[in-house]
Design a protein around this ligand. Structure first.
Ligand SMILES: NC(=O)c1ccc[n+]([C@@H]2O[C@H](COP(=O)([O-])OP(=O)(O)OC[C@H]3O[C@@H](n4cnc5c(N)ncnc54)[C@H](OP(=O)(O)O)[C@@H]3O)[C@@H](O)[C@H]2O)c1
Length: 325
């Protein structure tokens, strides 16, 4: 590999968020070792190989969250690890097998591999606002910050398996890191919107396309959520990695909105699209995120709600998934 800013590993490199992170790391001069489940799957890797700098500074290696020791070779010799891989899927039958176990055991697998090498100085893990926002006390606590954890009993009761997986995985990561003296930082983005690099849409990119094409169902379930541009998410990961004094968790959100508000804003901005607006009352109660900590880290302003959707829509149009105006 060519000389650069150092070697970092990105797990699940072909995913929606990780692909943009890989692009951002290459732009900043890093050598990147990305893990994918199948390096020969062109559908999941060709967009990575086409990134500027990839030919010289991107290596793709095989690793699976479910296989013990799978990440040993991937993280060996790396200065830092960005752990983003986790199943973000619609559950078919078994939430534990399909989502929770790969998230939790997979995270521990990655961290165990990091603990075996002396080269890894910091691990930045992509957690989620879902690990912080599902509570039962919004009435008295509507402003959530990094001290907030989702209530696992509440999430389990309402079958919010993604929130269970992300909360349990992040807690396990903190526990393991403290016991094994690893330098861990976690990033908690809200709903990530922006350009899509992979040729196959991820689960959340599909939900956004549904919203823009008149399907209310998924966003009805989502209720009130924070929104954040994918480029800001990548920037926060890299700031967290590069800033010596960074520590703990970082919530990352441009702002929180009810689904009714989201539908109306998008309908007005994109009159030519069939944006879903028929949301029923209910869903998440009122709450907001306090983003003081991430601002202090250096992300002083966020890309706006309009820009994140403009960028997402442009990329859907480039993929012929939405009509050109
Ligand atoms: N999208 C959002 O709005 C959002 C918001 C907050 C946090 N996050 C977090 O951001 C991260 C990436 O999410 P995303 O939206 O980019 O989803 P995504 O596109 O589905 O990416 C998930 C990645 O995880 C990999 N993965 C899944 N199961 C695996 C396994 N058993 N072994 C190895 N890799 C496995 C996938 O690999 P394959 O390509 O092989 O399937 C894929 O690369 C996740 O940690 C997610 O919780 C996302």
């Amino acid at each position: 590999m060519a000389e650069g800013k150092g070697l970092v590993c990105v797990t699940g490199a072909g995913g929606f968020v990780a692909s943009w992170l890989v692009k951002s790391l290459l732009e900043r001069g890093y050598n990147v070792r990305g893990t994918v489940r199948d390096p020969d799957n062109e559908k999941k890797t060709s967009h990575l190989k086409a990134l500027p700098g990839a030919k010289e500074r991107l290596e793709l290696v095989r690793a699976d969250l479910l296989v013990d020791g799978s990440f040993d070779a991937a993280v060996s010799g790396c200065d830092g690890v960005f752990h983003t891989a986790t199943p973000v899927v619609a559950i078919k039958e078994d939430p534990k097998a399909e989502m929770i176990d790969p998230a939790v055991n997979g995270t521990l697998n990655v961290l165990k591999s990091c603990a075996k090498t002396t080269s890894v100085k910091r691990i930045v893990m992509t957690s989620s606002s879902s690990a912080a926002r599902f509570r039962t006390d919004y009435a008295t606590n509507p402003l959530l910050d990094e001290t907030s954890w989702s209530d696992l009993e509440f999430c389990t009761k309402f079958k919010m398996w993604y929130a269970v997986a992300k909360t349990t995985a992040e807690k396990a990561a903190w526990d393991f890191s403290e016991k094994n003296n690893l330098n861990l930082i976690t990033i908690l983005p809200t709903f990530i919107i922006g350009p899509v690099l992979p040729s196959e849409l991820s689960s959340t990119s599909t939900d956004v396309l549904d919203l823009l094409t008149g399907h209310e169902k998924k966003f009805q379930l989502y209720g009130r959520m924070g929104y954040i541009h994918i480029d800001d998410v990548a920037t926060v990961h890299i700031l967290a990695y590069e800033t010596p004094g960074a520590s703990g968790r970082y919530i990352c959100s441009e702002g929180e909105r009810d689904n009714t508000e989201v539908g109306e804003l998008l309908k007005v901005r994109y009159p030519n699209l069939n944006v879903a607006t028929r949301f029923e009352k209910g869903g998440m109660p009122y709450y907001n995120f306090d983003v003081k900590k991430v601002k202090e880290l250096g992300l002083t302003s966020f890309k706006s709600f309009d820009v994140m959707f403009d960028d997402a829509i442009e990329s859907y149009r480039n993929l012929n998934l939405l009509p050109t105006p």
